[in-house]
Design a protein around this ligand. Sequence first.
Ligand code: NAP
Length: 296
Amino acid sequence: MQILDGKSCAGQIRAEIAAQVRQLLAEGLRAPHLVAVLVGDDGASETYVANKVRDCDEVGFNSTVTRLGADASEAKLLALIAELNADDAVDGFIVQLPLPGHVDEHQITLAIDPAKDVDGFGPSNVGLMCLGKPAFLPATPNGVMELLARHDIETEGRHCVVLGRSNIVGTPMSILLSRNSRPGNCTVTIAHSRTRGLAKLCASADVLITAIGKPHFVTADMVKEGAVVVDVGTTRLADSSRPSGFRLVGDVDFAQVAPKCSWISPVPGGVGPMTRASLLQNTLKAYRNRTRQDDV
Ligand code: NAP
């Protein structure tokens, strides 16, 4: 069994991006600029945004966090998005999800200029992704693709089961892995809460991607000997022995499942850091597109 080491791959990606930013600055150009919009005071969202700011600092990007109160109206958020769309000093921005219940996430996603939609959640980028055209790919599925690529995992012709069908993880993951690309060229089955015979289906997978948010859901009997397992799930479980008061747990019962796998990603240290690295890659790409430099 070998580890799909997201922490180390993400570190490599950040180092590559930092070298490109140093080159831009040496040429007298400005640094890329990412804005994160944070609505309300959700603890996990605060952490995610703080991490994104730290990543920007590390690679030399400018970053700004714009905060709105939990009671901010949808109209106020839409007005902010219009400002960011028009702001020449902003290369890309994200609106951290989830949003408070009174805000329609779909309307927010629709309002973001596709050229600055570095989360890749808007219909324009999703459509381009489905067509296999250049697009901002959603950070988590793209991070998984990079993780597979950088470990030289052969996926062609393999049966891949994607567990979970959300718009931001499971569905785009299934599309990317079924495309004629490397990694890719999988025969993909997408499974969800209504799937019958889930355990048997998962056990037929050469590549199993889990994205459901159910701690330790995937047990050894659900995994084929020699499978590649990528655990996207992250759930915070209360843990008083940790300074944070919680620990992150994946969808896979790692201790039980790992001995059966050829490759497996841990939680933490697997997909999470790759997701963050993908956002940096998309931001640099947005910058280069906007400043009409060659694509990266
Ligand atoms: P989501 O929108 O809640 O979707 C969960 C999916 O899992 C749904 O399609 C749901 O099926 C399916 N599901 C739930 N329970 C199931 C069960 N018992 N059997 C089969 N399918 C089941 O979640 P998400 O946003 O995709 O995120 C999924 C997980 O990934 C979460 O733990 C999240 O925290 C994590 N995540 C991690 C990263 C990272 O960077 N590491 C990034 C994003 C998300 P239905 O559609 O039928 O309801």
